[in-house]
Write a protein that binds this ligand. Structure first.
Ligand SMILES: Nc1ncnc2c1ncn2[C@@H]1O[C@H](COP(=O)(O)OP(=O)(O)OP(=O)(O)O)[C@@H](O)[C@H]1O
Ligand SMILES: [Mg+2]
Length: 340
């Protein structure tokens, strides 16, 4: 859903024809995207799609080989300093200094942004409070849990009250409860008017937070639109069976194959079979009839609209969650530049 503030506003992020090569690898192959001021743009794509490369170019950490990128009307190459002064970045991997305490980490970043000592301290205190880290403010960051580090990392990117915030997989590695908390922080920031570009492997996250989405694969945009537009593009319904033992899945899939309009998906771990179907309850009745004799093994049955995971699967040929390689936000040494 578009935030009302988004309507009629100009674009805070403009990317046109972006190309980036690493030796023989083309990481970006002509990417175009825009994000309206005050909106949240979700940048989705499997591992290696080019998401981080887009973020690094927009945050001036990397130069493109062709194309242009602007943030708040400023060219990321020509006006790099001005861009850095108006953005915040939370990179894919945590950039907190392990040996500094929470408050020291934030003060250091505040000083990098040229805040006065007292101002940096005040802002650090405010952010620690807001991110539920006040109680741990005086402990070295190495004693923090993964979720606390991630929160500290995001707090650091907000020190200078950026108008545009880049979040590269902000909740990877967080447990479900911490993830919910992070979503609330991000939604609050968006409601406060901050423009946000968010990359994520969690499609529910994009669905919850993003006004619009751009899906990239192999460095090219393969789809864009609101969540509803993307779901409508995939269309139909999903018939889903959860069974008591994965052993019966192949046989069930074989019996139902004729009902599916596309390849059925089998998730052995979840003991679940998902069939793209066109039609409603009559398909469900037909399916149950074909499964006569398996009633004891069927644990749950449902008919639902496609979700973003189905969209992702249809577009890229693989599931989003399976594409995630790393559950833990890895730690890198703190960046000692103007941009984190
Ligand atoms: N410094 C580098 N040197 C060489 N190749 C690179 C470098 N950085 C990225 N690549 C390649 O560029 C492509 C895009 O990488 P990028 O990190 O932007 O993907 P991503 O969408 O962020 O992936 P992930 O979901 O794993 O974070 C990949 O093929 C990657 O191997
Ligand atoms: Mg990445």
């Amino acid at each position: 859903m578009l935030r009302p503030s988004v309507l009629g506003m100009s674009d805070a992020i403009v990317v046109e024809g972006l190309v980036k090569r690493y030796g023989g690898t083309t990481a970006l192959d002509g990417v175009d995207l825009t994000a309206a001021e005050g909106s949240v743009l979700g940048l989705l794509g499997p591992n290696g799609a080019g998401k981080t490369t887009v973020v690094r170019i927009l945050t001036t950490l990397l130069k493109a080989d062709a194309g242009r990128a602007e943030v708040l009307g400023l060219d990321v190459v020509r006006d790099g300093d001005a861009v850095r002064a108006s953005i915040g970045l939370t990179g894919q991997y945590a950039a907190v200094d392990e040996y500094l305490t929470g408050v020291e980490n934030l003060e250091m970043v505040g000083r990098l942004y040229r805040l006065g000592r007292r101002q940096a301290r005040a802002r650090a205190g405010e952010l620690l409070e807001r991110f539920d880290l006040a109680g741990a403010a005086d402990r070295p960051a190495k004693t923090y849990s993964g979720g606390m580090r991630r929160r500290l990392d995001i707090a650091a990117s907000l020190i200078a009250r950026p108008r545009v915030l880049f979040l590269d997989e902000p909740t990877t590695g967080l447990d479900p409860r911490s993830r919910l908390g992070m979503w609330e922080f991000i939604a609050d920031l968006a409601d406060g008017g901050t423009t946000i570009l968010l990359t994520t492997q969690y499609l529910e996250e994009a669905d919850r937070l993003a006004d619009r989405m751009v899906v990239i694969d192999h460095g090219q945009v393969i789809a864009r639109g609101t969540a509803d537009e993307l779901k409508a593009q995939v269309g139909g319904q999903r018939l889903e069976f959860t069974v008591t033992t994965a052993a019966v899945l192949p046989d069930i899939a074989a019996r139902l194959r004729g009902l599916a309009v596309d390849e059925p998906q089998v998730d052995e771990q979840a003991r679940r079979l998902t069939l793209p179907v066109s039609g409603g309850a009559e398909i469900l009745a037909e399916a149950l009839q074909r499964l006569d004799g398996y009633t004891a093994e069927i644990f749950d049955v449902g008919l639902r609209r496609p979700d973003l995971d189905d969209v992702f699967l249809a577009l890229t040929g693989h599931a989003a969650e399976a594409a995630a390689t790393d559950d833990d936000p890895r730690t890198e040494p703190a960046v000692t530049g103007g941009v984190r």
